[in-house]
Ligand binder design. Sequence first.
Ligand code: SF4
Length: 354
Amino acid sequence: MTDSDELSPRLDALRGDFAPLLLAWQRAEGRHHLPWQNTRDPYRVWLSEIMLQQTQVSTVLGYYQRFLARFPTVRELGAAPADEVMALWAGLGYYSRARNLHRCAQQVCEQHGGEFPRSAELLQTLPGIGRSTAAAIASFCFGERTAILDGNVKRVLSRLLAFEGDLASSAQEKRLWRAAEALLPPAGADMPSYTQGLMDLGAGLCTPRSPQCLLCPVSALCAGRAQGDPTRFPIKTRKLKRGRRENWWLWLEQGGRIWLQQRPSEGVWGGLWTLPLFDDEAALLAQARRLGGGEPEALPRVQHALTHLDWVLHPRRLALAAAHDLAPPGPGQWVARERLADYALPAPLKKLIG
Ligand code: SF4
């Protein structure tokens, strides 16, 4: 399928009207009061864009303010110890974002003199900044005419165009990128409101299961709606197969301290501090017997949903006598309860021991 087939007439029909309608709606009814709006500071826009990937606005608000209070500029973030960045990020999930955030700040300082590059093309060369995030920063901060295509915008545009291509295919995704570029408004000065308008439409009206077509500013142009069932789009056939994993967690306490281990920097919970993990209960009990603290207390299991995985964790708690001096399993350290806030803990662990 090429752009000279059914997509071209649809794009032609939209081109003159879509951007003006979206712009007028965004200016009158879109979101204007989020703390990262009304700024052209690429540091703030970048920080918010990274936090908003896979995380809701209501959750991001507090984290955004805390990060800015602690790291008011990209230089301060770049100069901070990685552990401190991870600790401040703890609870937001998808920790590779925090590692890339820190690396990106360092690169901006080392390779760009502490200033973010001013084009989407160059922004994409930085860690953790993909094509859509780069476009969002460049359009918000520098008025560059460049298209975003995050998950929400894919949904809006594929409905608007009744886009039959399967977005599991990279060729079809590229085709949608080209359509997104064809719809951009002609003036760079309109780009911040246009980009925000697409985001607002996807987040507020053109939602996954129940799009509010009656309230939508572009409903008269929407081919998906005209066909009767816009929720048929986007089309994506390849479903992620979710796995299931089970582990046993040994919660060792001694005199107000907890034994924590740092996870390897790559992989699930990379770089975070957790309790020792075991593949089965027998291995955990053998370790507990070696430490001689008696039978560990079985606590209710913890369910944790990761992108591709349902993770079930079975915590077992064991209090060791103060005089006990056998080394707990693996490399790790005793952390006093009052110092836990200095350590980046995954959210389920924080909840468990907090
Ligand atoms: S008319 Fe409905 S389906 Fe089409 S863009 Fe608007 S909200 Fe989405």
